[in-house]
Design a binder for this molecule. Structure first.
Ligand SMILES: *Cc1c(COP(=O)(O)O)cnc(C)c1O
Length: 475
């Protein structure tokens, strides 16, 4: 399997090369040249596999340049019950129709661990094999950063420069990242919002000379290694949701999946899984007040908002107004034609808007995508009602998902909601909703007390460059 750019200007590259790059060399995003196709029989044959074994099967379609036994060893190391919990990804019913898919059992209590633990393993492998070093420059609105840092701390040949929006993360998110004192981890708090951080990263990644000189790479949600690792749990969720059915019922069984969304990475993996043959009826995108993507999927018009218009909400990891990964979906929507994609991006640049309303009927009919929005009041009401009805406590991002999922339930089609974080990370809103004071697990409670290691920085590219150049690992 080789990877091409959505913008048509990159020589096809193998999987391990896309791991080390952020954007493709032409500024586009790497996508599989063709989407692997997996039959129901094949999926059925995976029913008894452990999560790590299933990951090995699915990732072997993407990482064709990593030998099978190496890939299996990476997946075993990435998805250990000691780092997650028994079963790795448990399904929990919260009502007759809706179940949660537990993606936040990992070390940072958020679903980013699912992808990042694999990426940490595969990066280390590729760097060791090529004798290269890599300096990750990334942006986080909370969970990506800590997941990346926990997956890469202490790993050889790689260092992490992680930009976060100052004052826009929870105390726990800050403590989790800034308490790390590994020499290869650099936390940078930028005076701005997440999109400012992301723009800084993009401008550095867009400077090919700087990028080459300092071996700059990315692990943000456009990284293809992450997207492909996320594809795995869509298959896993379908298998677990159908375990109790008999063989005949399984043959026609489909689920719908609601995904609390920000940068469109998680749901893009769902789109990939569905294109590959995962029996998914609807992919429902849940947005918070920053609902640019909900607008797009309801109207066909994409109008990204300026960073200054991004609301700081109580589901902060979804406070994104310009979703990088959407380019990969639009590429598929436009028939995987780079010329049409480039024309669309020109329209967006010139007018600030991209009108794809002619394609709107295909969003659902061909791609199964629908969407909805949830607000702070919805999150509080949903955390409260789920707690009252099922005894399960959910976090505000998952609550956005459940709120929108309830509006899209269809008779006879189980609805799965991806749980993207643990409620313990957001104790204030949980207390507001349920009156329950959640305690952090003992091994995490101590984090809040630890000294924090962070450099405050203006939203300024030159300052960032200088900081990175001074501390980057050199081969
Ligand atoms: C990152 C994140 C999201 C959004 O996922 P995307 O892949 O950016 O769409 C939602 N919830 C939580 C808790 C997250 O950390």
């Amino acid at each position: 399997m080789e990877y091409i750019s959505t913008r048509g200007g990159m020589t096809p590259a193998p999987f391990s090369a896309t791991l080390l790059e952020g954007l493709a060399t032409d500024g586009g995003l790497a996508v599989p040249e063709t989407m692997p196709e997996i039959t129901r029989e094949r999926i059925e044959s995976w029913r008894s596999l452990s999560y790590a074994e299933l990951a090995t099967e699915i990732l072997s379609f993407f990482a064709t340049d990593i030998p099978g036994p190496e890939l299996a060893a990476m997946c075993e190391r990435a998805y250990r019950e000691e780092s997650f919990s028994p079963g790795i990804v448990p399904l929990t019913p919260i009502s007759e129709e809706i179940s949660l898919v537990g993606l936040s059992e990992g070390p940072t209590l958020a679903f980013k661990d699912m992808a990042m633990q694999f990426l940490g393993q595969s990066l280390e492998y590729v760097l060791r094999k090529t004798g290269r070093t890599l300096n990750i420059v990334g942006a986080t609105s909370g969970d990506t950063g800590s997941a990346a840092e926990y997956a890469l701390r202490g790993k050889e040949g790689v260092s992490v420069f992680m930009l976060s929006p100052q004052g826009r993360m929870s105390d726990f998110q800050r403590a989790q990242m800034y308490s790390l004192d590994d020499a290869n981890i650099h936390n940078i708090a930028v005076d701005g919002v997440f999109d400012d951080c992301q723009n800084l990263v993009k401008s550095i990644a867009g400077d090919l000379e700087f990028k080459r000189e300092y071996s700059i790479g990315a692990v943000n949600s456009i990284n293809l290694g992450r997207i492909s690792a996320q594809v795995v749990y869509y298959f896993w969720a379908w298998l677990r949701a159908s375990d109790a059915l008999d063989a005949e019922a399984r043959q026609t069984f489909k689920v719908s999946v609601t995904v609390p969304s920000g940068n469109f990475g998680n749901i893009l993996a769902g789109h990939f899984a569905r294109e590959m043959g995962a029996p998914i009826r609807r992919l429902v995108l849940a947005a918070n007040e920053n609902n640019v993507l909900d607008d797009f999927f309801r109207t066909g018009i994409y109008a990204p908002r300026a960073a200054a218009e991004t609301h700081a909400t109580s589901s902060p990891s979804m406070d994104i107004s310009k979703a990088s990964n959407l380019e990969r979906f639009i590429f598929d929507l436009l028939g995987r034609d780079p010329e049409r994609l480039n024309a669309a991006w020109r329209e967006l640049d010139e007018t600030g808007k991209l009108d794809l309303s002619e394609e709107l009927p295909r969003f659902t009919s061909e791609f199964g995508i629908q969407s909805g929005t949830s607000t702070h009041a919805d999150r509080v009401a949903t955390i409260r009602s789920v707690h009252a009805e099922s005894g399960v406590t959910i976090d505000p991002h998952t609550a956005d998902g459940v709120k929108v999922a309830r509006e899209h339930v269809e008779p006879g089609v189980p609805m799965l909601v991806l749980e993207t974080a643990k409620p313990e990370k957001f104790p204030d809103i949980v207390f507001e909703a349920t009156g329950e004071r959640l305690a952090l697990p003992a091994h995490l409670a101590g984090l809040l007390e630890l000294p924090q290691h962070v450099t405050e920085m203006a939203d300024d590219e030159a300052t960032l460059r200088e900081f990175v150049a001074k501390r980057a690992l050199r081969a």
